[in-house]
Design a protein around this ligand. Sequence first.
Ligand code: NAD
Length: 273
Amino acid sequence: MTVPTVTFNDDREMPQLGLGTYKLYDEECIRVIREAIDLGYRHFDTATLYKNEEAVGTALKQAMDAGDVTRDELFITSKVWHSHQGEHKVEEAFQQSLKDLQLDYLDLYLIHWPNPKPLRENDAWKKRNAEVWRAMEDLYNLGKIRAIGVSNFLPHHLEALLETARMTPAVNQIRLAPGVYQTEAVNFCREHEILLEAWGPFGQGELFQNPAVQAVADKYGKTIAQVALAWSLQEGFLPLPKSVTPSRIASNLDCFGIELDAVDLEVLKNVSG
Ligand code: NAD
């Protein structure tokens, strides 16, 4: 199937659902990504922290070499982790990600975490984020990244960043799922036209035991996973589900076209997460 796209960052297209790759390694990672590409996934989310960029890169290269997909059709995100942050280290980290992924540009590059522990004293994270962002803007201007954004940023982190930013982040990737609704961050991002990506769209597995979510799924004749993803899409979030099971990788794509009514959207928003 073809995953629908959204326009963001003025004129970029992003597939509305991406495959998460956290804790996918080596051969399993390669298998999952190749299967996902066969099924129609084009958007993959990784990070330096996940220590799997090489495996992700191998899978992408294999798929491109086999003619299953072209680079233009793919949308690849990675993230810079704080140990690599600092004015001069961002470009190094970025080049390493590109090398490991065997790519010559990234579609989206994110600051992974706003305030890593070593930077919490005296709000040192503010200066560091400003420096990291500047380096990312430079890489963007050189055409090495198609869009730049952040992850796990709350409104006060974004406000601090915007004080010195030349560009507004295109994306904020945060934890969002039925029962996990970060209202202030969601409102802030909507006001500033920052696209929200939903990590952990199944509450990192918690939802599957939730009877209220099961009741909504039964009403629509769908699985819990499918209604959770449909909820994300209807909220305007881009979900990043992860699975290693072929049947689930496939069925998670069948979330497009489910129209949850207003009552069920509220039920899902407020279930205990
Ligand atoms: P998730 O909400 O996607 O849940 C994954 C769990 O759901 C797995 O245990 C999987 O077995 C299960 N699952 C998937 N499909 C299913 C189905 N159809 N039926 C039953 N069970 C199913 O949680 P996640 O992996 O933590 O998050 C997804 C992705 O988000 C990650 O892989 C990563 O790419 C991203 N992420 C980003 C951050 C960040 O800080 N930016 C943090 C965590 C995750």
